[in-house]
Design a protein around this ligand. Structure first.
Ligand code: FAD
Length: 314
């Protein structure tokens, strides 16, 4: 499959990148590692007039200890992050989710910003144009109804970032730089809860940084997938705990991670947290696993993960 024709630009700094976006009047996309974007372009899911490659903007690749915060550049590579001592010592849930992300060759290319902004996925959507045309275009392609749940007027594609749930348990904030300047928000506020348009992103914004409160946590991440060596998550559960309270987040079963606070995580308490997640998560038959199984595994994975993490608590 061949992507449609596009202009290629590789700016040296953020201002130039934003200027180029405006020059192309919004008919442009930003490129980081390209491991999500390039396959989408080849499937004809994205047909931009221009691709603005951010890889030469080196300040976006750094990981900095700022005292109260750890600042991770939007273009830090998954592979570098998972080996970083600050990440290992302070944020074990993130270390585990980075390790679980696809495979090492993709981790060496993929960035944390691209990971967070990867598009939502569905068996009936991530297909060639020829395949999709034969089935009829779905809601995410501007059609009239959902191909996974016939008759439904809501899109059920899954947001499959492994690292978003872990970052949510760590109360991550994100920073954008765009035509209107800087914007900083909680990661959870990035999500629209709509699978066909999952992010509250303003035109031309670049994800410049992820900021984590520098607090020592215990935690972990547990992922359900068919092939341990590479697959996207079919369910991902993250948990982080510090100073007597924790956060549980469940991903890949809807258009965003579902995040719940857990005070004193005993078994019953986790039951309540899982119930809250189950009220929101609506897995359907749009992956290679049965949706009821994925739903049932939420409580199994949450209990196993939290028990394991809390055993290590002092
Ligand atoms: C075979 C395969 C398996 C995979 N398995 C997993 C998996 O197990 N878990 C998982 O989480 N992901 C998985 N992925 C998805 C992807 O590889 C990763 O999420 C990767 O981290 C994406 O980063 P990237 O830098 O390559 O993003 P890109 O492809 O460059 O970008 C992704 C999207 O974000 C936008 N973007 C990128 N950077 C910025 C920025 N700084 N500011 C604004 N917009 C930006 C792009 O325009 C694009 O829309 C898989 C991909 C493949 C091909």
């Amino acid at each position: 499959m061949i992507a449609s024709r596009f202009e290629y630009r590789n700016p040296q700094d953020i201002d130039e990148a934003v200027r180029l976006y405006l020059e192309f009047q919004g008919d442009a996309v930003y490129l980081s590692g390209g491991t999500d974007l390039v396959p989408r372009m080849k499937l004809g899911l994205e047909k931009p007039g221009a691709v603005i490659d951010l890889k030469r903007i080196l300040p976006l690749t750094t990981i900095e200890d700022q005292g109260d915060w750890v600042r991770i550049g939007g273009l830090a590579r998954i592979f570098d992050l998972k080996q970083n001592e600050l990440i290992k010592n302070f944020f074990p849930a993130l270390e585990a989710s980075l390790e679980a992300t696809s495979c090492e060759s993709l981790q060496m290319r993929g960035t944390i910003g691209g990971n967070l902004l990867q598009n939502s996925r569905c068996l009936f959507y991530n297909q060639s144009e020829f395949w999709r045309r034969s089935k009829g275009f779905c809601l995410k392609m501007g059609g009239e109804s959902c191909n996974a749940v016939p008759g439904a007027k809501t899109c059920f594609a899954n947001y499959c970032s492994d690292n978003a749930p872990a970052l949510c348990t760590l109360s991550a904030e994100i920073e954008f730089t765009g035509p209107d300047g800087l914007r900083r928000l909680n990661l959870e506020a990035l999500y629209t809860n709509k699978a066909d348009k999952p992010f509250d992103l303003r035109p031309g914004e670049i994800l410049t940084a992820i900021l984590l409160p520098k607090k020592k946590t215990i935690g972990g991440y547990k992922k359900l997938r068919v092939r341990g060596a590479i697959d996207y998550p079919l369910l991902g559960v993250a948990f982080s705990f510090a100073d007597g309270s924790g956060k549980l987040a469940v991903g890949a079963v809807g258009p965003k991670p579902y995040v719940v606070e857990v005070k004193q995580p005993a078994r019953d308490n986790i039951g309540e947290a899982v119930k809250t997640v189950l009220k929101q998560a609506r897995p359907v038959g749009n992956t290679v696993l049965d949706p009821d199984y994925r739903k049932r595994m939420i409580s199994v994975f949450a209990a196993r993960l939290v028990n394991k993490v809390m055993k290590g608590a002092k």
